[in-house]
Design a protein around this ligand. Structure first.
Ligand code: GLU
Length: 312
């Protein structure tokens, strides 16, 4: 491998197949794709299907077909997390060999009773940190975090600081059901795929310090990160399969694509709203600017052509 290919820009889009592609995931696909193409780099697609109980049968193929219908062209073969379990378990073993993990026998109830509230619920109270007490059975595996700040500069959200000890706590790497946690799988894959920059939704911003922490423990490089504004519904909830976001219409890609570009602050010319998707992509390739992407969006996207349409 030559030096220049090592440094080549590699971005990615990593949807979870828990339902069809919705506007929020389209925004992440468009943002990461244009950023990669703009840098003359590669854009990879990975199916984040490690959380098998949440996978919906047929959703991965449906997402890929929708991406194709929109005109996205990815580099290399699509990889599936569900087929890479061994890789994640090897990384977990490495962390365990380093003494960075511990088996945890706490029940959900015991953790919920933690007196410290973090940004994603109770901070792990540390009961099993120094070994399982008699009578406890190991359920999950956690990583020990330390009381220092993880800091990074996000390309969109700017300076981010998080103290893992007080804001998150020792977090799970292998869940009680045996499944490898997203936080570990994602950094193993990003490193294996030599991803240099990650553009994704700001709903994952709070996860990034955990991922950087794990990268450091494992000696992986840290890519740069840019977290896009999150699309919400009228109730202010993030669009997701859980909030029953309307799937996007793959038969009529121009309008959602136009809306995604508008949502990302790119202001495509209004005449392209009625065009076919090629001239719109062509415009987007030539005009994409990450600097124009807002950190957050006050407007709410209900479905294509509602609130967003009114903004134009
Ligand atoms: N699979 C995650 C999602 O669909 C994205 C993971 C990532 O980009 O790191 O929300």
């Amino acid at each position: 491998m030559t030096d220049s290919s090592e440094k080549k820009y590699r971005g990615r889009f990593a949807p979870s197949p828990s339902g069809p592609l919705h506007f929020g995931s389209l925004v992440a696909a468009v943002g990461s794709y244009l950023q990669a193409k703009n840098a003359g780099g590669e854009w990879l697609v990975r199916i984040d299907d490690i959380d098998t109980p949440r996978n919906i049968s047929g959703a991965a193929d449906d997402i890929l077909r929708t991406l194709e219908a929109f005109g996205f062209k990815w580099d290399g073969a699509v990889i599936y997390q569900s087929r890479r379990d061994e890789l994640y378990r090897t990384a977990l073993q490495q962390l365990t060999a380093q003494g960075a993990t511990f088996p945890c026998g706490c029940s959900r109830r015991e953790i919920a009773d933690s007196s410290l509230l973090g940004i994603e619920g109770p901070v792990y109270p540390g009961a099993c940190r120094n070994g399982l007490t008699a009578g406890r059975i190991a359920r999950a595996v956690r990583v020990r975090v330390d009381d220092t700040n993880v800091e990074f500069t996000d390309l969109i959200q700017k300076s981010i600081t998080q103290n893992l000890a007080t804001e998150i706590g020792d977090f799970v790497l292998r869940r009680a059901d045996g499944i490898i946690a997203y936080q570990l799988a994602v950094i193993v894959d990003d490193a294996a795929q030599r991803i240099t920059e990650i553009i994704r939704g700001a709903d994952l911003l709070a996860s990034t310090p955990r991922q950087i922490y794990l990268q450091r423990l494992l000696g992986y490089p840290t890519p740069s990160y840019g977290h896009l504004p999150v699309a919400t519904n009228r109730a202010g909830e993030k669009l997701s399969k859980q909030t029953l976001a309307t799937p996007i219409d793959a038969k009529n890609p121009t309008r959602p694509l136009f809306d995604a570009l508008t949502f990302l602050g790119q202001n495509p010319p209004v005449e392209l709203r009625q065009s076919s998707q090629e001239p719109l992509w062509d415009w987007a390739f030539r005009h994409w600017s990450l600097a124009k992407v807002p950190a957050s969006r006050a407007i709410r996207h209900h479905s294509a052509a509602t609130d967003l349409g009114r903004m134009l």
